[in-house]
Design a protein around this ligand. Sequence first.
Ligand code: 13P
Length: 241
Amino acid sequence: MYFVANWKMFGNYKSINTLNKVIKFSKSKAIKKGRLIYCPPYTLISSFFKKFENCLIDLGAQNCHESEDYGSHTGFINSKMIKSTGANYVILGHSENRKKGESDQLINTKIKNAIKAKLKVIFCIGETLIEKKKKKTKAVLSKQIKLGLKKIKISSNIFIAYEPVWSIGTGDIPKSIELEKTVQFIKKKFKGKPPKILYGGSVNTENIKDLKKITILDGFLIGGASQNSKKFIDIVKKTYN
Ligand code: 13P
């Protein structure tokens, strides 16, 4: 199971010390087969990399510029640059960035170039509350998958994170039956072996007890709760107990 910590726009150099607990946990038996991946803001990736030197915790970025090459793009970072920090993952298509205007086509270009740069991609999809109410969830997810992964060969380099937009930061999660059906639906979109599927949206130390019962999931993309090491560790432990 994969446990991805998306710190969003939180954290500063002092946050590095909060990782000691997680490092210790990652070396203990209690982690079982859990794989931890931290996606801090860009400013902290290198410091986290040094901090994780002697453990198996992996790193990712939260977005990247779509260009394969270096260039005059003030304020941006491309996938090659992310790879050079020691990170191996990048989150793409997050709804917080789609909301700011990222199109499916742009996300598709980012995914292609991230894969070329040998990064693994955590590709986020999910419907808004209005789309859910209008019963458009399947249509929305189908479109996001079709356009976002256009001309991309599915391999172990692609993870899909199903994050219903209405669930992010709200404390609401889908009903177990609904979530299971949606994950099945996503898996069936792929002809061969489907990519690994993560769930994201208000995952916490309480609802993990229900979420872990959805055994077709391959892990979780965790926002708020992942910034607290104790809570993050607790989520992993409860997944296995
Ligand atoms: P929360 O866990 O804070 O709801 O965030 C989910 C998310 O957006 C992870 O990418």
